[in-house]
Design a protein around this ligand. Sequence first.
Ligand code: PEP
Length: 249
Amino acid sequence: MRKPLVAGNWKMYKTPKETEEFLKAFLPFVQNNEIAEIAICPPYTSLYIAHQQIKDTSIKLGAQDVHWEDEGAFTGKISCKMLRDSGCHYVIIGHSEQRTYFYETDETVNKKIKKVLSNHLVPILCVGETLEQRNQNQQKEIVKMQIEKAFQTIKDIGETVIAYEPVWAIGTGINATPEQAQEMHNFIRSLIQSLFNQEVAEKIRIIYGGSLKPENAKEIFSQKDIDGGLVGGASLKPDSFYKIIQSVI
Ligand code: PEP
């Protein structure tokens, strides 16, 4: 049985003070939650304060990116060791905003995943096609290539989570239909089986991201191969994030 994961990607929102306020309001909602694993991925500057507030709870902390080197003259970058010492468990890798605006490539994704795994952190690998690619019916080909390159020369992907996030659904208010999402999740699971083996394919959590809201989460989460969600905008408010978590049941 795969335990569903609902992770909030806060992007470049919330100061440390706002993070503290969010968690004060959010923690009472989820103190008895056993349904889903919950994670929040705030900006780097909020990791410390968030860790202080959640360290005695079951909520996990994640970062939104990492650099693939251990340390060095890499102004502006953060290492796995820094994230681990800040209390992180997860690291989002290859988010489409990183790919679109900050020169993330399948090669840098591969380097980051290797480093994250060797540092005992858990990658949340984001993949997904653009609208143009979907209109040309290339979604499977694109996602296949992204996953094959991300895992190139990696034999053991550990607890890695894959987030299927169609780019056209991120922040647009237009979500994939449950059928479209299920088709892609099923495709990804089969691909994992062919790249690794059946055991890995059955174990790996494949979560959906792209305009998840309290109104659409239940139907999307009810699909067989969808193991939770990566939530952007709707994770910024305690009540909407909590409603999405409740939709996992
Ligand atoms: C995301 O940033 O990963 C995301 C899915 O954003 P949103 O939920 O706002 O579409």
